[in-house]
Ligand binder design. Structure first.
Ligand code: FNR
Length: 364
């Protein structure tokens, strides 16, 4: 397979229709879902030439976490739905390619087991140290109104060696996915569960607690979390520039500019269209990571040029996983890396830092 689109087609023909609709779909009319990709298509790159650069360096460092590529894995739920090894396979592919993986709280493999798979794939060599250190693994958290439960989840992620918490804040209620309603897809098949939610305080030792999406969650919860953990806290799902400024005031370490892949509030803008405003609001005081609709190396370059420190991919990881397990995910990451590498060189850039907003033009 030569590009991510071919993995999408392979996944569509491999995965059960109901489950495929779950991963492909968005909220309500799927306006935002379509726009995330279309917005990249409205932008054009204007390269510089004759800059005498070396071969591009793609490495990035985020919150003390080193990665071989500016493309990271956004958190997506339920990997076992598309492959029996689920998040274990995804974690191995991430570790093998030096990619940061954000593990979802709604993973079908527990964070400790995801971390173990990543360590194993890295051959015990993490961060260049044999037997040392933690893999480039972050944990995505939905703050639960029961703070004791949230605390237990953070403790598990910390014990597993997660290097950052990505707190998703765009989900006061579940997104309305009409494809799932039509298909009657309401729950995971027997034998699969959100393993991070098993055996939490206040429940039976082996019971799996449902994930609460709660409109009660507010900045006070964030302040509480900020003092409850020493891990970097990244907010995922802030779209309004005023909220980006508030995040700074609340001691947040970074933002993931994301509209949840069009799965929460429909008709919000494409993330790439919002990026310049959010970058301006943050004013270089914390990294901004963008996800939504990234399918080509040129998309990555556009986002980096407009001020993102890195980008995330959601669905393409699941396409790779569905098509060919760990190997498929690795191939998706490698393909994108090769494309970013070539696109950077073609833009006359020696590293993501050389990309500037003047290299991006809006199609008239
Ligand atoms: C997601 N996303 C998501 N986000 C999150 O914070 N926690 C989660 O558990 C999930 N689960 C999830 C499942 C599936 C099937 C998809 C497609 C997405 C959103 C995800 O992190 C990311 O924001 C988008 O997927 C990015 O858009 P693309 O790359 O899929 O276009």
């Amino acid at each position: 397979m030569l590009n991510l689109r071919e993995f999408e087609a392979a996944a569509a023909s491999t995965v059960d229709r109901v489950h495929y609709d779950y991963l492909a779909g968005g909220a309500w009319d799927e306006v935002t879902l379509r726009d995330n990709e279309a917005a990249f298509g409205r932008l054009r790159l204007l390269p510089r030439v004759l800059r005498g650069r070396d071969k591009p360096e793609l490495d990035v460092s985020l919150f003390g976490c080193h990665a071989a590529s500016p493309v990271l894995m956004s958190p997506t739920a339920f990997h076992r739905l598309v492959h029996p090894e689920g998040e274990r396979a995804t974690a191995r592919a991430a570790a093998a390619t030096g990619t940061i993986m954000v593990a979802s709280m709604a993973a079908t493999v527990a964070i400790a087991d995801i971390a173990a798979a990543a360590r194993e794939a890295a051959g015990g060599v993490v961060g260049g140290v044999v037997g040392g250190g933690d893999p480039a693994l972050w944990f995505q958290l939905y703050i639960q109104p029961d703070l004791e439960v949230t605390e237990a989840l953070v403790a598990r992620a910390t014990a597993a060696g997660a290097r950052a918490l990505v707190v998703t804040v765009d989900s006061p209620v579940f997104g309305a996915h009409e494809r799932d309603r039509r298909n009657g897809f309401l729950d995971l098949p027997a034998g699969m569960a959100c393993e991070n939610m098993r055996g939490l305080p206040g429940g039976e030792p082996d019971a799996v607690r449902p994930i609460a999406m709660s409109p009660e969650i507010c900045w006070d919860h964030l302040d509480w979390l900020r003092q409850a953990t020493s891990l970097p806290v990244v907010l995922k799902g802030i779209l309004h520039p005023e909220d980006a400024r508030l995040a700074l005031r609340h001691g947040v370490d970074g933002l993931m500019l994301s509209n949840h892949g069009g799965r929460q509030l429909d008709t919000v803008p494409a993330t790439i269209d919002l990026l310049p405003e959010i970058v301006a609001a943050v004013g270089g005081r914390m990294p901004v990571i963008l996800d939504g609709g990234v399918r080509r190396g040129t998309d990555v370059v556009k986002a980096l040029a407009l001020g993102a420190s890195a980008v995330g991919i959601g669905r393409p990881v699941l396409w790779g996983l569905a098509a060919d397990g760990e190997r498929g995910v690795r191939r998706v990451l490698e393909l994108l890396r090769e494309e970013v590498d070539a696109a950077l060189a073609l833009c006359g850039a020696g590293s993501p830092r050389d990309l500037t907003p003047d290299l991006v033009r809006r199609r008239s």
